[in-house]
Design a protein around this ligand. Structure first.
Ligand SMILES: [Zn+2]
Length: 298
């Protein structure tokens, strides 16, 4: 084969890379943002967290402001597509007219994957906004897991809150969770299950009801800057899909375990505790959600 002199080869490669820049990655990043309400900056009372509460209208505006800070950060960090998933309660808190017009919005709680609806392996980064600590955290503001009925949730032997459960689904798809905002207890908890994640503390929990709020402008600036850097540095990993997923759920009542024991795959290991396994994390996630949300015990 006819060989080119080395210097010509180097020149040729340099010329090609300058004139025809590598297009991989030039497409921009696809960013997924899951937004809960309890850990939003400025949110400080339970008359704000459900529709019909006296201050609910204010809270949904505050929720939109933190979401917009995260959306701005995502675009500044290289996103060209941002999907926001309303992840609190009835999941119709965010008003589209309040949201940064560049973002898409998933609304309503009748979803298979709840706080992670719409996520798949095509995303490059995930951001959790407004998250709270898991059930029975002694100090976390509005601490709970999924709904008020869960005392503890374990996935593969590890006790997790909503952040940990959602991170397990993210890992299944190989999409990194790069930033979380919330009170200090929520941020600390998620950092414990997602190594390397950027935490943005927007308020300090004094106990499950009292809180010290950071100035709103400052908190939102931190969300924007933190999400920007986190999205810039996001690196996808191989999907984690080993073995089956063992789930153990302890409830605050005996009714749900009693009803759910009708399903043959459920083992009622104690009057208040169910255990089951699923071959994939998406399947486990769906079933966890059915158990805490869709069994009517009235
Ligand atoms: Zn929540």
């Amino acid at each position: 084969m006819h060989r080119l002199p080395g210097f010509f080869f180097v020149f040729f490669v340099t010329f090609v890379s300058v004139v025809f820049p590598v297009t991989a990655g030039a497409q921009g990043k696809k960013v997924y943002i899951s937004v809960d309400l309890e850990g939003i900056s400025g949110v400080n009372g339970d008359d704000q967290t459900s529709a019909g509460g006296a201050e609910y209208g204010r809270a949904r505006k505050l929720m939109a402001e933190d979401s917009n800070a995260a959306i701005r950060g995502a675009f500044a960090g290289g996103a060209t597509d941002v999907l926001v998933n309303d992840s609190h309660g009835g999941q119709r808190n965010l008003l589209p007219e309040d949201l940064d017009p560049r973002a898409r919005l998933i609304s309503h709680s009748f979803k298979r994957y709840g706080m992670m609806e719409g996520l798949d392996e095509t995303f490059d980064a995930i951001v959790f906004v407004g998250y709270h600590a898991k059930a029975d955290s002694p100090r976390g503001l509005f601490a709970h897991t999924g709904s008020g009925v869960v005392r503890d949730l374990e996935v593969n032997g590890r006790s997790v809150g909503e952040g940990g459960m959602n991170a397990a689904l993210a890992a299944w798809y190989g999409v990194p969770v790069v930033a979380v905002s919330g009170d200090d207890t929520a941020v600390e908890e998620v950092k414990g299950v997602v190594p390397g994640i950027r935490g943005i503390v927007v308020k300090r929990a004094i106990n499950v009801r009292a809180v010290e709020l950071r100035p709103l402008g400052e908190a939102r600036r931190d969300i924007e800057a933190g999400v920007k850097e986190a999205v810039q540095g996001a690196k996808k990993s191989a999907p984690q899909r080993g073995g089956s997923y063992q789930v153990r759920m302890q409830f605050r009542n005996f009714t749900i375990p009693e009803v759910a024991s009708a399903f043959s795959e459920m083992t009622q290991v104690a009057p208040d505790t169910l255990q089951f396994s699923r071959p994939t994390m998406p399947e486990a996630y769906r079933l966890i959600r059915v158990l805490y949300r869709f069994i009517n015990t009235d």
